[in-house]
Design a protein around this ligand. Sequence first.
Ligand code: ATP
Ligand code: MG
Length: 394
Amino acid sequence: MLYQSFLIKYAEIGTKGKNRFLFEDALISRICHALKQVDGKFDVSKESGRIYVTACGEYDYDDTVEALKKVFGIAWICPMFQTEDRDYDHLKQYVCCYLHQVYPDRNRTFKVEARRADKRYPVPSEQMNRDLGEVILDTFPEMRVDVHHPDVLLRVEVRAAVVNLYSEMIAGPGGMPVGTNGKALLLLSGGIDSPVAGYMVAKRGVRIDAVYFHAPPYTSERARQKVVDLAKLVSRYAGPIDLHVVNFTEIQMHIYETCPHEELTIIMRRYMMRIAQRIAEETGSMALITGESIGQVASQTVQSLAVTNEVCTMPVFRPVIAFDKQEIVDISEKIGTYETSILPYEDCCTIFVAKHPVTKPSLKVIRRSEEKLAGTIEEMVETAVAGREVVRCG
Ligand code: ATP
Ligand code: MG
């Protein structure tokens, strides 16, 4: 195997000043975690502003790249040839050998971009560019130089202890390493939007846990399993997720029997938020996340969102708030949650929906309806919170 190692380039975390090492260490830890799923042993190290992943012996290249593509904080994955042999004549041979193996079809244009990170190296970069270009043209007459838009941009880095050659750059997911930005609790339903919302917030470095409200026997075991599966899919990016499964049946029935039907959804959503906030406080999350998007359904008009939000003192992150459905679908396809999200199992939000739900709820009216729940609902909430089941996903 030509590629025994990878140069990992990161974007934003490079700008974190004095705290940079914390971000780098978090990224290394996330990379190590991701590579545990891959066949092979790896050494992950950092060296002045860059991270190297080196395979120790045999490893699965495709699986390694796939795993790295899911680590937030990585901007580029550059498979590279690395050697400790810095002899200049040997370097010319390595360059030809590299092109020979990586580009069997050599009818291409190229450019060499040499960098001498170790200024004690006897050959300046400009001269390396010229010499190596010449050797390539001599060895592969089909290749031509194009300094503006080369098909192959071959980077040659001479460092204190090694020489790196690379030309391929595979896009990473961007963002920041999970674990660098606190924890938030995702309200995860079986739909398309909430897994995407969780992915987006985790991408900013936030660890996530999730809560799912189910209503057996109105919602089935299969619906619950679908949410567990979604949490696992999101955890491929976000790392392990504790999924809190809350039995919502009693609360939902009580609301159904006590409140005007057109207000059911909004009142139910307020109870979901209240319970989520309780669980967040107990488990160290500092914010809630939902997959709400303005105007998507009656409970997501600006008025409804305002009334729902009113019960929360924690920040509520709604990363897809201004996205069109198709834009959310595009992300869910990209991250691999779409196929699971569209499985047709019932959702507890849709079981008791009214034919004509309010789209412009008044907070005063909703509060008055909720007063009728008082005296009984508090204990139901306690029971639901205390009786929740926690499923570790990922
Ligand atoms: P999604 O596609 O995420 O299910 P949706 O378009 O179906 O969203 P709603 O059902 O109104 O929208 O839910 C809005 C948000 O409330 C969801 O994105 C999710 O964050 C949360 N939510 C809804 N139902 C549940 C549930 N049963 N358990 C946990 N969270 C829920
Ligand atoms: Mg839903």
